[in-house]
Design a protein around this ligand. Structure first.
Ligand code: ZN
Length: 405
């Protein structure tokens, strides 16, 4: 299977200029090719092929005065830019034919785009040097922060500059399935607002402190920005700080998702998650927190890690009312407002923890054999002793932190 690995790059001043040139040339070739194809389309002519475009817009263009500077960057980067355009058209046309989700026609790239990228294939003869730098043609040895080991040698590297001005090298690597020792444990996961995730064994997981700290810094930077006068130098500085803080939050969140998804996949043979569309929260005023929680990124990690480590991944469908059904007796108890954290089953009298109950139901809907014990705050039918009431719960509800990497 293919996995993407990204590492932070630290180009020096000269390299940053060289990269800016590469981004610019790739963008110009992309836009020239887009214009050529759109002109052909408008005139009812046959689309120029990638070969035609490459000859006209790269090879021939380099010989002209107004495009001579295309020769200053690796030709591979320009070729790849044409391929990207071709892919964008292909996706657009298959969308029209209903073969994949519909999307807009390819658009012109701008200097002001949030993300700039160029791709080097094996033909560019890029390499990782003995000194562990990334050597790129017409750019040189760029320093890399290798945060984890690459499982195999990649053939292609994409260099990205994000809106915060940070550089990354992104590699697509072919990896083998790594099977983990088998386990009997299976788990259902409920993603929620009161806790980031609740597991069917009763574990509740909140955002770790490093993520909350990054979020706090971002809020402070945003407040600071709003106080700065429009058009002032200080406003520009504050805006850069906000962009950096955004980047730090995104990094911290990704790290948290990685740690948690690895832990869940390691400890369980099968994992079930509710299809996020079910939650129906995305269209409500909860939308912001849903977005911030980054559930879909987390679920995508669970899915690929399950594939990577030979575990089973279930996504349960739209019509399972996981928060309305008693996981102990199966009675359907009707919808509950979001602020109801505990409820008593009208049929069997069990007092249920909303989130754990939902996680148990997710697991059951996927056909996983989990115990409903975790969801039970108090068992039904057996009245609790007066002195125990409210002092102790079933003992399985724990809030865990995620260990540092
Ligand atoms: Zn019940």
């Amino acid at each position: 299977m293919q996995l993407r690995y990204s590492f932070r790059l630290y180009p020096n001043g000269t390299q940053r200029s060289a990269l800016a040139r590469a981004f610019g040339c790739a963008r110009v070739v992309y836009n020239d090719a887009l214009r050529a194809r759109e002109t052909a389309r408008a005139g009812g002519e046959v689309f120029p092929t990638i070969g035609d475009l490459s000859k006209l817009l790269i090879t021939e263009a380099k010989k002209t005065e107004e495009r001579a500077w295309l020769g200053e960057v690796s030709a591979v980067v320009l070729q790849q830019s044409l391929r990207d355009l071709d892919t964008a058209y292909r996706n657009f046309f298959s969308g029209l034919k209903g073969k994949r989700p519909r999307m807009g026609s390819p658009r012109f790239k701008s200097l002001r785009d949030n993300r700039q990228a160029v791709r080097f294939t094996a033909n560019a003869r890029w390499k990782i040097t003995t000194g562990k730098d990334l050597w790129l043609p017409k750019i040189g040895n760029v320093r890399v922060k290798w945060s984890r080991a690459l499982p195999s040698t990649p053939s292609t590297v994409t260099v990205v500059k994000d809106s915060a001005g940070r550089y990354f090298a992104s590699f697509v690597v072919e990896t083998d399935l790594e099977t983990l020792p088998e386990t009997d444990a299976v788990v259902g996961v409920d993603l929620g607002l009161s806790h980031f995730a609740t597991l069917s064994d009763g574990t509740k997981i909140d955002s770790p402190r490093f993520l909350r700290r990054a979020e706090k810094k971002l809020k402070k930077a945003q407040r600071n920005l709003s106080r700065k006068a429009k058009g002032s130098n200080n406003r520009t500085k504050a805006r850069i700080k906000v962009a950096r803080a955004h980047g730090a939050v995104a990094d911290a969140r990704r790290e948290f998702h990685h740690q948690l998804s690895t832990k869940v996949i390691r400890e369980n043979q099968a994992v079930a998650v509710e299809d996020l569309a079910v939650k129906g929260l995305a269209r409500t005023r909860m939308a912001k927190s849903v977005h911030d929680a980054g559930w879909s990124a987390f679920v995508a990690m669970l899915e690929y890690k399950a594939a990577k480590y030979g575990r089973t991944f279930h996504r349960i469908g739209r019509f399972e009312p996981t928060s309305q059904v008693c996981s102990v007796c199966g009675a359907k108890d009707g919808p509950k407002p979001l602020n109801v954290r505990e409820w008593t089953c009208g049929a069997c009298g069990t007092v249920l923890d909303r989130d754990i109950n939902a996680a148990v139901n997710v697991a059951k809907a996927a056909g996983l054999a989990v115990s409903a014990c975790g969801a039970r705050v108090r068992p039904g039918l057996v009245p609790a002793q007066r002195e125990e009431t409210g002092t102790h719960r079933d003992g399985q509800t724990t809030v865990v932190g995620i260990p540092a990497p």
